[in-house]
Design a protein around this ligand. Sequence first.
Ligand SMILES: [Zn+2]
Length: 82
Amino acid sequence: MKKAYSFLKRNSTEEKHIFEGEFTTESCTAPTLSICQKANKNQGTWITGSTCLTEQSAREKAGAIGKSVCGICVSHLYTTDY
Ligand SMILES: [Zn+2]
């Protein structure tokens, strides 16, 4: 199953976190917690144009957003052994 990645901005901070779900016919799913388990999707806002991305697109997006993306979440995108 292909993974789908979505970026969320925490309401309390400028920090962005990544959620790993799966593609569905019309969009994609997202778990309650981010990859790093530190951000809850109910406590943030999905970033427009940055949801339901492929792994490759998510890497590019993380690079475009820059340092405000959580490092733990980003590093997971580069983990290929799972
Ligand atoms: Zn994170």
